[in-house]
Design a protein around this ligand. Structure first.
Ligand SMILES: [Zn+2]
Length: 137
């Protein structure tokens, strides 16, 4: 899987599995502040077949397996405000109003604008890097 090979670590939103499938709560990782251990939630999530059938759950399960076997880190981040936080340097303003539509992000404070998915992804990446640094420290 080239996605796994090309990355030192991968960050995903915890939301995708746990909230949508009502799978077991993530296990807090005692070794890192705010981190989570993989808890096998995808494997147990026959609980909600429709979500897994929808593809994202299957993707995450495969990703977790591939990352582990390749010795890569897969970091699940708290999804809170990932779509509402301005990623512009020295801004970081959090507002629901900045997420104007499903596709568009326009920061109500600084005017930064970008595709909303790109904003979400960059916030997830940044949160994942923070968790990884905390783990390494
Ligand atoms: Zn901003």
């Amino acid at each position: 899987m080239s996605l796994v090979r090309s990355a030192d670590f991968l960050a995903v939103e915890q939301l995708a599995i746990d909230n949508m499938t009502k799978a077991p709560k993530p296990k807090p990782d005692p070794g890192q502040a705010g981190g989570f251990l993989l808890n096998g939630s995808a494997a147990k999530a026959g609980l909600n077949k429709s979500i897994l059938d929808a593809g994202w759950g299957v993707f995450l399960r495969v990703l977790a397996y591939k990352a582990e076997s390749a010795g890569r880190e897969l970091i699940a981040v708290n999804p809170r405000n990932t779509s509402r936080t301005c990623p512009a340097p020295e801004c970081g303003h959090v507002s629901r109003e900045s997420r104007r539509t499903q596709a568009d992000f326009l920061c109500v404070k600084c005017g930064y604008t970008a595709n909303a998915d790109v904003v979400g992804a960059s916030n997830i990446k940044r949160a994942g890097l923070v968790l990884r640094d905390a783990r390494a420290a």
